[in-house]
Each structure stands twice: as structure tokens, then as C-alpha cells.
Design a protein around this ligand. Structure first.
Ligand code: FES
Length: 170
């Protein structure tokens, strides 16, 4: 005569039976492989996003006349709006005679930057932000203060003695 094997089991094991033999075990090695692969994928994705974020972008818009090419003397600047009336920009003639233009909207909290001829920098009076004002390919790099991103550069073209804004490079 055989005894019932379930006789001494607690009630919960009948209510919630667990089929141990069908349960899936994850070995330490499998877990380590999964974590390593997952970490590698995260690092790759973050790197790709960082590279994409730093990549320069240039957008071309309809050309817009800003001024005559001789309108500015060395160390002078003038304000204009581009590509829309909501986008204030600044055109500068450097001491070396180059024409450069940038968005006038500070990348910290959007105050208007002004040209400071004494050191040829773009200065934001709100929190003493300072940007370079050179001829590089990218935007005006932040030098001091809270801004961390460059001011977008306005792409210029000179044709028939007139200066045009033709695009924006970030
Ligand atoms: S808004 Fe320009 S430095 Fe803060």
C-alpha cells in the first residue's frame, strides 16, 4: 500500500504548484555575457549619439542681402535678421578685414550677444558669457561664462559688392 506523496505538503504548494524541472536556470556565465553585451551596446549607442551631436550641420536658406561689402570698417558690426525676422544676427568686420556673422542669440539663456571690439569677442551681458568671433568653420565657440554651446555661424557670400547671408551652420 502506497502513501500519497502530497500528503505532507503545505496547502500553498497545491494552490501554486511549481514545475521545478521546467524552470529555466540562468548560469552566471550567461548572465555575465548578457551584461557585457548590453553594456557594449549602450556604450556604442552613446558614442554614436555624441558624435552625431557634435557633427556640424549646415542649412541653406534663401540668400538675403545684409549690406554692401564696404559698409563696415575693421572692428565694426551691424545687426540683421536671418533666416526669419525672429532670428537676430550680427555681422562683424574683424581687424584682419574678414567678414563673419553669427546668431545673436546666446546659447545659455537666449540674451542678445554684442560685439566687443576691444578684444574681438562676442559678449553676452546677461551672465558675462564670452564667445570667440573668428573665421573657423563652425560656430563661435564659448570661451567664458555659462554658455557651453557655440553660437551658430551665418554662412556668408559676397557677390557684386554685396554681402549675403545664405545659410546657418551649427
Ligand atoms: S544668457 Fe548669455 S550668458 Fe546667460
Amino acid at each position: 500500500m502506497s502513501e500519497d506523496p502530497k500528503k505532507d505538503l503545505p496547502q500553498w504548494s497545491e494552490d501554486f504548484p511549481i514545475a521545478w524541472e521546467e524552470d529555466h536556470y540562468v548560469t552566471r556565465r550567461e548572465l555575465a555575457k548578457f551584461l557585457t553585451l548590453g553594456s557594449a551596446l549602450l556604450v556604442g549607442a552613446n558614442t554614436a549619439m555624441a558624435v552625431a551631436g557634435r557633427a556640424r550641420q549646415e542649412r541653406l536658406y534663401a540668400p538675403q542681402r545684409i549690406a554692401g561689402a564696404g559698409a563696415l570698417g575693421a572692428g565694426e558690426s551691424l545687426l540683421f535678421r536671418y533666416p526669419t525676422d525672429e532670428d537676430p544676427c550680427i555681422l562683424v568686420r574683424t581687424r584682419e578685414g574678414a567678414l563673419v556673422a553669427f546668431s545673436q542669440v546666446c546659447t545659455h539663456l537666449s540674451c542678445a550677444v554684442v560685439f566687443r571690439p576691444a578684444d574681438e569677442r562676442l559678449f553676452c551681458p546677461c551672465h558675462n558669457g564670452l564667445f570667440e568671433c573668428g573665421e573657423g568653420r563652425g560656430g563661435a565657440q564659448p570661451l567664458e561664462g555659462p554658455p557651453e554651446r557655440p553660437l551658430p555661424r551665418i554662412v556668408l557670400a559676397v557677390k557684386d559688392g554685396e554681402v549675403y547671408a545664405v545659410g546657418v551652420r551649427t
